[in-house]
Design a protein around this ligand. Structure first.
Ligand code: ATP
Length: 365
């Protein structure tokens, strides 16, 4: 792969990338915190020696990658240098060391939304936490769409949360440019490669086109509701409450006066209401979800339209300030005494265990 490998790092550097040295000896590898790219990629927590700060290193074994994969990775690195947005995970340095591609990003101490859902919020997060997280995701998507791209891998494991409550969208590997010959394409025929795990999160028309050769509607095809994974939004009808549809119209561009009188679940749930079947979500949330899940992609709203949805009007504080409180009792990982040596088979288990025990404040029953 010599040529393609060289071209991986010969992309123009931006000043923001220069802040972290492209030299593996500057990083002390700590525990493994994730895997991806069909297990060819390992994500390590690491300490950046010059400053002592924690970073995440995505390490990809280039020996195991086909030339096509290397080209694919190159696309990701290219857009990472093009994109600068507060809701998109920044890449701090990219280099090759001993046949591995190392991508250095800031360490996100709350992990991904998927980590949070699978370790602590197994019955779902509060509506307010979801609103704060989705707002960050939509801002990132709106930017990506304005830049002429579609993300194509919106899922909870690609939504990362920093210690200071900022939400970042990652997973730029499947990104696709809509610009062809200077024109913005209306449809995408290309199907994301090396992304078997993303299949459940693709829109029906993207999956359908792969089976039947149908195009999907570009830009509108992103699914915004990855956070709802494992998270029931039980319709009011099923809870024998007032029918939700009567009160829930599209919700887009409504004024603040249209906000719901019904319980909006922004508060931390009490033990009696924590079971998903005992909780209700606001009509705005139901309306939001219904809009996003419409079968016809032409009817599905764009990211920028969704940003104005009444669902987000319930956020009264700055989301990054509100989110740490909303994620309690989870607190960001800040102590690493139990870190395992890199690649230790128990490294992931150790992190999971530190997530579920060490970094949780005492439960307050
Ligand atoms: P997939 O093959 O599932 O699409 P991927 O190759 O896109 O995965 P990522 O989702 O980027 O891999 O990383 C895998 C996991 O590693 C994330 O879900 C998250 O738990 C963890 N992770 C990645 N980057 C960071 C980071 N900067 N800070 C903290 N955790 C991270």
């Amino acid at each position: 792969h010599e040529d393609s490998r060289e071209s991986l790092t010969s992309l123009p550097r931006r000043d923001t990338m220069g802040s972290f040295l492209p030299d593996s000896s500057s990083y002390e590898l700590l525990t493994v915190i994730g895997r991806g790219l069909e297990d060819l990629m390992t994500v390590n927590l690491a300490r950046y020696r010059p400053t002592g700060e924690h970073v995440a290193i995505r390490r990809i074994d280039l020996e195991s990658c086909t030339n096509d994969m290397v080209t694919y990775l190159q696309g990701e690195l290219h857009v990472s240098k093009l994109f600068h947005h507060p809701s998109i995970l920044p890449y701090k340095s990219i280099f090759i060391t001993e046949n591995e591609l190392w991508v250095i990003t800031p360490f996100m101490a709350y992990g991904s939304a998927r980590d949070l859902i699978s370790t602590h919020f197994t019955e779902g997060m509060s509506e307010m936490a979801i609103a704060c997280i989705l707002l960050g995701v939509l801002k990132a998507l709106d930017y990506i769409h304005h830049m002429g791209y579609v993300h194509r891998s919106v899922k909870a494991s690609h939504v990362l949360i920093s210690a200071d409550g900022q939400v970042y969208l990652s997973g730029l590997r499947s990104i696709f440019s809509l610009i062809r010959h200077g024109q913005r394409a209306r449809v995408v025929h290309d199907f994301p490669q090396y992304s078997i795990k993303v299949l459940p999160w693709l829109s029906p028309e993207v999956l359908q086109q792969n089976l039947q050769g149908h195009p999907d509607a570009a830009g509108e095809a992103e699914r915004y509701c990855a956070l709802l994974a494992g998270h029931s939004t039980i319709p009011a009808e099923e809870l024998s409450l007032k029918p939700s549809r009567s009160g829930a119209d599209s919700g887009i561009c409504e004024g603040p006066g249209a906000s719901s009188a019904r319980q909006a679940n922004g508060e931390p749930s009490s033990s009696s209401s924590s079971h998903p079947y005992n909780r209700t979500f606001s009509p705005h949330f139901h309306a939001f979800v219904e809009l996003c899940l419409q079968r016809d992609p032409q009817k599905r709203p764009s990211a920028s339209a969704l940003l104005n949805h009444s669902f987000f009007k319930q956020i009264k504080r700055r989301p990054s300030e509100a989110l740490p409180d909303l994620l309690r009792p989870v607190s960001p990982i800040s102590t690493f005494q139990n870190a395992q040596p890199p690649d230790s088979p128990t490294g992931l288990a150790s992190l999971a265990s530190s997530l579920s025990h060490l970094d949780v404040d005492d439960w307050d029953f």
